[in-house]
Write a protein of this length. Structure first.
Length: 231
């Protein structure tokens, strides 16, 4: 094995333009960004409410969220298909955004709730003495301390939504809304497959993952170090 004998740059132009990979790439990027943003906000706020605040039915709500981890992802395929068909959102990005968000919440809430629980209560007491309300206490004091952990959760959420195939293939058949995983699969024909554009498309699909990892790698390392020190 070694480097290719002939470098064919035209494979990238064929994949991006002729194979419609650029459209699939755009769909995957914005879907993953929406999923990461929404789940990060929900996990950060819900984890704080379940870990640091006192209210009725808190334990029941916590176990309702955590019980989502026991549900196999693809066991919901048929019920979701029937639900989305009745709602009229098949062939709509919302049909994959909703499941991605819902299935990312249980694990994220579990991890971030534990991260909040390790923070000393004196921080909140000092903030109250200084006149902070609940929102200032969360955004200015507690949230910055769990940013590394939330970054690690965001990274894995991005990877899971970026690489997911089954939901995207089942709920999206319109070529205009196909994600990159489904689009690359459609490049292979029944009798003939052009492996050059497919390989170029796979390289293009890997590039955003590397960019996201480089942007969040320091935060992920901080989260791992924090866990090691506190453990």
């Amino acid at each position: 094995m070694g480097p290719p004998l002939v470098w064919k740059v035209e494979n990238y132009s064929n994949a991006l333009m002729g194979g419609n990979v650029f459209r699939y790439l755009f769909n995957s990027v914005w879907v993953s960004v929406v999923v990461v943003f929404v789940t990060s906000v929900l996990i950060a706020t819900t984890g704080y409410a379940l870990s640091r605040m006192r209210w009725k039915l808190k334990k029941a709500a916590y176990w309702v969220f955590i019980s989502g981890m026991t549900i196999p992802l693809h066991a919901t395929l048929l019920p979701l298909f029937i639900l989305f068909r009745n709602m009229g959102i098949m062939n709509n990005p919302m049909a994959i955004i909703f499941p991605y968000i819902v299935f990312a919440l249980p694990t994220g809430i579990l991890i971030l709730s534990n991260a909040y629980a390790t923070l000393p209560g004196e921080l909140e007491e000092s903030a109250c003495i200084d006149g902070c309300n609940i929102y200032q206490m969360f955004w200015k004091i507690m949230f910055p301390l769990v940013k590394p952990t939330l970054a690690a959760i965001a990274l894995f959420t991005f990877l899971s939504s970026w690489n997911e195939l089954m939901f995207a293939m089942t709920f999206i058949s319109d070529p205009f809304w196909k994600t990159l995983t489904v689009g690359l699969q459609s490049l292979s024909g029944m009798y003939y497959t052009e492996w050059g554009p497919i390989g170029a498309g796979m390289v293009v699909a890997t590039a955003p993952v590397l960019v996201i990892y480089l942007l969040l790698s320091k935060q992920v390392q901080k989260a791992l170090i924090m866990g090691a020190v506190k453990g």
